[in-house]
Structure formats: structure tokens, C-alpha cells
Design a protein around this ligand. Structure first.
Ligand code: AMP
Ligand code: MG
Length: 406
């Protein structure tokens, strides 16, 4: 075991070891949610394709709403309504001295240079007058104001979430070139762990890390190969590692990675590969393990459910995103006043399960690394440095779980 590493140094080391996938494939856009764009997405169209109305109202010439002296009038003259232009139906050029009835999304007729919303007009059946003077160009969405032909709308490395898939659709794309989906093989160690659904024998506990980890990986768009659970046994661990590394890009395990007599994962990885075990100066969290078995990455998560979850969010998630080819942006978090007191400074940087209540960060009462209900309760983690005391009202950094998940 090396010396205690800071959170930043550990993350840097882990990210330095993450080699992005290079193989790409072109897929129907509907199947690309969560995948990473592998080629620039360049638009062949303008969005919107033509000037169109942002309002239901009347398209007209701005000059015809202004009196002879150039002063805005509150009431334009009555203007005949010369045409009706619903969305999707290009109209005719606008005759001088008239207005066109127009609806949101409808093309602006040639000659018109503003749209007055209907609430600012008084309308009869075939004529309209303007009660409030518009600005030139008012309520016109310009062709290409969102996207112009030839523009790169998404860069390689973009993660395809709902907004990105919408942007791709807005330029008419049906297929997207993405990096291939990463595969993670997982297994869980411990003589004590029992799968939910099985009877719980004496001295045993249910395996919660399996549910947590598989869900975390699914949310990242990673294909999970679940190799089940094994006892605290060197040979079984070795066999599981061999099977896992034969089928996946990354092997992720839970438990057994400390340096106790019943912890066999480190030795088993070292038998067929190599491993770095970093002692990160943080709470919760035990050693963070990364290694390689051939070309396959190995990640060893601690067994404690909260530690495994937090270590995953802070370290493994960035590692996997980089490995997937994504551009990773570290979670920013924000500061808000503490709704708690911490009288005794901690020896390690601590990530505490917290919620925002009345604009203050309040803590879950039990911060033990075995208490998984703290994470189910929390909206985020409060990040308190080592050696720091906190009084109610002091600013503390809050990292929303939404920045650490998905
Ligand atoms: P370990 O890292 O193997 O020393 O485990 C640390 C703690 O986490 C022990 O109390 C284990 O019982 C517990 N633990 C290990 N694996 C799991 C699991 N899959 N689900 C829930 N708790 C676990
Ligand atoms: Mg164990």
C-alpha cells in the first residue's frame, strides 16, 4: 500500500490509466441514448429552416405602425387582413398596407418585418389594428438562429442524453456514429453475502452492492455481465477474474480488496495481472484499486455499501466515462450554509450524505459507511476538508447526487 493520496491525486492517477475505446459504429439514433458520439455531428440544414413567427398574432410592416412623424403611435390605422398563414403553410408576399394573420411556427411572408402578438391587437373579422407598437423584427425567429448549415452541433465525446438526441433529430439525423458500448463484468465477494430472494442464514447479510452497482452501470450506458457472487476464497476469486476478464473491457468487483486475511482480490489480480491499490485520504472509502488483466481494466470497490457507492461516483464514474470516450466534466457542486455543526475536525476529507432543507445542508444522522439508507435519503454529498470544523451557517460545498449519477 502506498501512502495516503489526496482525492484529486487519486482521481488523476485513475484517469491517467483510462484509455478511451476507439471502435465506433453507426446506429439508429433511437438506440443511442447514453452512448458517446464518435464523430462531429455537422448540420446539413438551417434550424429553423426559415424565418417564422414566435407568436400567434399578425405579421406586418413595422413602418406601417408608426405615424408620419416617426413617433410610435399607440394605435396603428386599421389594416386589412390580407391572408392567413398557419404553421407549415408558406403564405404570399405581404401586400403593402395590410397585415397577415399568422400562427406560431408559420413562415413569415416576404415583406413583413415584425409580428405583433394577438394580445397587443384589436381585431375585427377582416381588419386589425395594433394597440402597442412593436419593435422592428419583433417575434420573428430567424432562419438559422439555432443552427446554421455546416455548423458542428455536437463534438466527438458528447454524451447522448435527451437534449443531444433532440438536437440530432432537429437536423434530421436518423443514425449516429458512436463509440461502441463498453462492457463491464461484475462479481461480488464475501462469505457473508446472500442474494435477495434467498433465505438469510445466520451471520449473513443481503448483497446490496449488486443492485447498486448494476444500476449505476446501466445508467452510464454500460453493458453489464453479472458473474454473481463468490466466497472469500483465493481460487474462486481467480477463476471469477479469469472468466470476467475474458468477456469484458472492465472488471469491477466489490469487497475483499482490503489487506486482511480474508481479502483475496488483490493477490488474485496480481497472479494474472497487476494492480495498484491506493489509500485515498477520504471518508467514506477504503482503498481504491485499479489494475489490468491483459488489456482489461480491473476496478476493486470496497465492500461497505456507502463506500462502494461514493467511491464509484467520485472515481469510477469519471474513469468509465473517459474509458467510454466521453468528455468528462467534473461535478462543480455549489456552496450553501451548513445546517449542522461539526465541532471536531476530521482527519480525512469527508463526503457526508446530506439534503437541502430551508436552503441549508442538513446531514443524515448516521454517517456510517454501512448505512445505505443515508444515500437513499440524500440529495447530495457535503464535502468537508480534513482539519475543518463547521458551525451552523458556515458555507459548505454541496455536490448534488444528480451531478454524480447518470
Ligand atoms: P470488505 O470490503 O469485503 O471487507 O467488506 C466490508 C463490509 O462490507 C463488510 O461489512 C461486508 O459484510 C460488507 N459487504 C461486502 N460486500 C457487500 C455486498 N455485496 N453487499 C452489502 N454489504 C457488503
Ligand atoms: Mg469481504
Amino acid at each position: 500500500m502506498t501512502d495516503m493520496l489526496s482525492v484529486e491525486a487519486a482521481l488523476d492517477q485513475l484517469l491517467a490509466a483510462a484509455v478511451p475505446v476507439i471502435e465506433s459504429q453507426t446506429l439508429p439514433a433511437e438506440t443511442a441514448l447514453g452512448l458517446i458520439l464518435a464523430a462531429p455531428l455537422v448540420s446539413g440544414v438551417n434550424v429553423p429552416p426559415l424565418d417564422n413567427s414566435a407568436m400567434d398574432g399578425y405579421a406586418l410592416r413595422h413602418a406601417e405602425c408608426v405615424d408620419g412623424a416617426g413617433e410610435p403611435q399607440w394605435l396603428s390605422p386599421w389594416l386589412p387582413i390580407s391572408q392567413r398563414i398557419p404553421a407549415g403553410h408558406p403564405g404570399q408576399p405581404l401586400q403593402a398596407g395590410t397585415a397577415a394573420r399568422i400562427f406560431t411556427g408559420a413562415p413569415i411572408p416576404d415583406g413583413a418585418d415584425c409580428v405583433v402578438m394577438q394580445e397587443d391587437c384589436e381585431a375585427g373579422t377582416d381588419e386589425v389594428r395594433v394597440m402597442r407598437p412593436p419593435k422592428p423584427g419583433a417575434n420573428i425567429r430567424r432562419a438559422g438562429e439555432d443552427i446554421q448549415i455546416g455548423q458542428t452541433v455536437l463534438e466527438p465525446g458528447a454524451r447522448l442524453g435527451p437534449a443531444q438526441l433532440g438536437v440530432a433529430a432537429s437536423i434530421g439525423e436518423t443514425r449516429l456514429t458512436v463509440y461502441r458500448r463498453l462492457k463491464a463484468a461484475v462479481f461480488f465477494t464475501g462469505d457473508e453475502i446472500v442474494l435477495p430472494g434467498e433465505p438469510l442464514g445466520a451471520g449473513r447479510i443481503y448483497n446490496s452492492n449488486r443492485a447498486t452497482l448494476i444500476a449505476l452501470l446501466n445508467q452510464l450506458g454500460i453493458e453489464v455481465i453479472d458473474l454473481g457472487q463468490i466466497g472469500d476464497n483465493f481460487d474462486a476469486t481467480l477463476v471469477a477474474l479469469q472468466r470476467a476478464s475474458a468477456v469484458a473491457d472492465v472488471v469491477i468487483t466489490s469487497g475483499g480488496v482490503s489487506v486482511g486475511e480474508e481479502d483475496h482480490v488483490k493477490a488474485a489480480v496480481e497472479k494474472i495481472g497487476r494492480i495498484d491499490l491506493w489509500n485515498v485520504s477520504m471518508k467514506p472509502g477504503k482503498p481504491l484499486a485499479h489494475g489490468r488483466i491483459g488489456n482489461v481494466d480491473f476496478i476493486g470497490l470496497p465492500g461497505n455499501p456507502v463506500s462502494a457507492f461514493v467511491v464509484f461516483c467520485l472515481f469510477v464514474r469519471p474513469f468509465l466515462l473517459k474509458r467510454m470516450g466521453a468528455i468528462f466534466r467534473p461535478p462543480a457542486g455549489f456552496h450553501l450554509p451548513a445546517g449542522f455543526t461539526r465541532a471536531k475536525p476530521g482527519r480525512r476529507r469527508e463526503f457526508m450524505r446530506a439534503r437541502i432543507e430551508m436552503n441549508r445542508a442538513v446531514l443524515f444522522p448516521n454517517q456510517s459507511s454501512g448505512v445505505l439508507t443515508s444515500l437513499a435519503w440524500a440529495d447530495g454529498l457535503v464535502d468537508v476538508d480534513a482539519g475543518v470544523t463547521v458551525n451552523v451557517g458556515d458555507p459548505v460545498r454541496f455536490i448534488p447526487l444528480s451531478e454524480l449519477l447518470a
